[in-house]
Design a protein around this ligand. Sequence first.
Ligand code: E4P
Length: 231
Amino acid sequence: IKVYSDGADIDDMREVAKNKFVSGFTTNPSLMKKAGITDYMVFAKKVVSEFPHYSVSFEVFSNDQAGMLKEAELLHSLGKNVYVKIPVITTDGKSTASLIKKLSEKGVSLNVTAIAMIDQVKETVAAFAPGTTNIVSIFVGRVADTGADPTEFVQQSVDIVKKHPEANLLWASTREVLNIFQAQKMGVDIITVPPTIIKKLTNVGKTAQQVSLGTVLGFEKDIKASGLKIL
Ligand code: E4P
């Protein structure tokens, strides 16, 4: 499985890039707001120039086809490693499949985002032009946030995407380290992981005993640091 880093903080990106297993970055409007980006294009150009050998995904901001098309072409022009994120629906719930088809036919590499159901996966892969390379981002964590088990959705997505050479399946909305192993086991191509979770990968392989001991050592450290006393 390929591991991307999910976030828009340039310092985090530089830090995360020290891990050789990270081969790409994904951003979205909420992550950009959180990172305090003030100029989209300045940020995007900086990312492309600092990480020319990484897959980088930037999302359009418009909600209408004409606006999305213009923004997509501009983002695409930034570099060969750029995937333009197009939400699978607009805010009125309408499918963007026709725009996806149009952009794909123009040779724009796409990352179709905000996918939460299998019909959206089917419609998306059907819209990709032959010979192109694209990403299909399924929001697994957001589905799980509703209390629904996303396993079947992921497995069906894997089965569909496997039949389409233009498409790579990306597990988005990663919530915990375990998701990386789940995604790998199920045959997902890529998982995008927030830097906070990438840091937790140092825990991989720890024994249950080490987990337990690490927990009480952490409590002890914080008791000392807090200066608190019971007696
Ligand atoms: C990545 O491409 C997605 O935008 C991201 O993983 C969404 O994460 P969230 O659902 O935790 O906001």
